[in-house]
Design a protein around this ligand. Structure first.
Ligand SMILES: [Fe+2]
Length: 367
């Protein structure tokens, strides 16, 4: 096999003004000579557009990788341009101009293909995600007498699973893939990015809200730790006032919805959301959920009938403050990244807007 450099020197001798000057045009083919396999060559001509077409139609060219083909096209383009700029004869100049236009067109097409391949590679790195109902850490009967077995069976087995299945079906249908470390990161990204799709909004929200709800209940109720209680007192004047406000938000929520204790920067707030909405939707991360309470009728009607207030009182007998406190330390997507326009996995922090906020909050509560 003859080295490309020697072939080039032969072929380019007529029109390549650099030959014989001891210099090559800046950047011309340097990588071809140094970075690549010296036996991997292709002979090129570029006096006319047809010459270039012939070169780029050769099997020896077509069999090369796209990266290598791009290098060769770029080299041809550089050489034709140099020859064109230096040509004196008007006929030669006209011929080289046609060749140059063609080389530019091929260079542009090659660049577009490079971009396409980059996107394809990025997409391949994203994963198909199948959301799964997490394992319940307690039995269906263990929250009794506050949450009854029948409600648990209906709620966990039917409703929660239903949201999860419908979410998966829609993601399949729309070929939505995400680059995420786990299903919690994935659902946060999906909710931020695809919340205009009502199937994803309702079932994605339904999935995530129920993950949080079932996780933040326990048969082994314990009062909040001194640290967490202090945080609640700081934000709601007293622990009992926190519970009152939480209950009130649940009673006021018209129709189906959720009440959340949310960390917003260095504050804890109580907010209610309709249907399966939550703070991760609509391209604006609006805080991290610390406690989630379902106020859909399916969460309480079998036992509590229309007495939502009684259900909320009972919820406070099974709420897991330890899980809530742990969530304050968990990573969550940032305000900026919730709807990351690239769709890539978001860098995580703890939901604080600034480092100063995090430091203040952390120092105050020893997190
Ligand atoms: Fe529910």
């Amino acid at each position: 096999m003859i080295k490309l450099s020697s072939i080039l020197n032969k072929i380019l001798s007529e029109n390549d003004p650099k030959v014989g000057t001891g210099k090559k045009p800046k950047g011309s083919g340097r990588r071809l000579y140094t970075d690549e396999d010296p036996t991997d060559t292709v002979s090129i001509k570029f006096k006319t557009a047809q010459d270039i077409k012939d070169t780029l139609s050769k099997t020896s060219f077509k069999s090369k990788s796209h990266a290598r083909q791009s290098q060769i096209i770029n080299l041809i383009h550089q050489r034709v341009r140099a020859a064109y700029e230096r040509a004196k004869d008007s006929d030669v100049k006209r011929r080289l101009k046609t060749a140059l236009d063609y080389a530019e067109q091929r260079k542009e097409t090659s660049k577009e293909k490079t971009e396409r391949l980059k996107k394809q590679k990025l997409n391949e790195q994203k994963q198909d995600i199948k959301f799964k109902v997490p394992k319940l850490n307690y039995s269906y009967t263990s929250l009794q007498p506050y949450i009854d077995k029948e409600t648990m069976e209906e709620h966990f087995d039917k409703h929660f699973k239903g949201y999860t299945d419908k979410l998966n079906a829609e993601l399949d249908e729309k070929s939505i893939r995400v680059n995420a470390e786990d299903q919690i990161q994935a659902i946060q990204i999906i909710l931020g990015k695809y919340s205009k799709n009502n199937i994803i909004r309702n079932n994605g929200g339904g999935f995530y809200n129920h993950v949080l709800y079932f996780e933040n209940m326990t048969p082994d109720y314990k009062a909040p730790s001194t640290k967490f209680k202090k945080m609640l007192e700081e934000n709601f004047n007293s622990f009992s006032e926190f519970k009152e406000q939480f209950k009130e938000a649940g009673l006021k929520q018209f129709g189906s919805g959720w009440v959340f204790l949310i960390q917003k920067g260095n504050k804890l707030v109580i907010e209610s959301y309709a249907n399966q909405d939550n703070p991760y939707l609509d391209k604006a991360f609006k805080g991290k959920i610390i406690i989630a309470m379902d106020v859909w009728e399916h969460a309480y009607y079998l036992k509590h009938k229309s007495q939502r207030g009684n259900y909320i009182n009972d919820f406070f007998r099974v709420v897991d403050y330890k899980v809530a406190e742990d969530r304050l330390k968990e990573k969550s997507i940032t305000e900026n990244v919730a709807p990351n326009h690239t769709g890539r996995a978001a860098p995580f922090n703890s939901g604080y807007k600034t480092v100063k906020e995090r430091t203040e909050f952390g120092n105050k509560f020893g997190l």
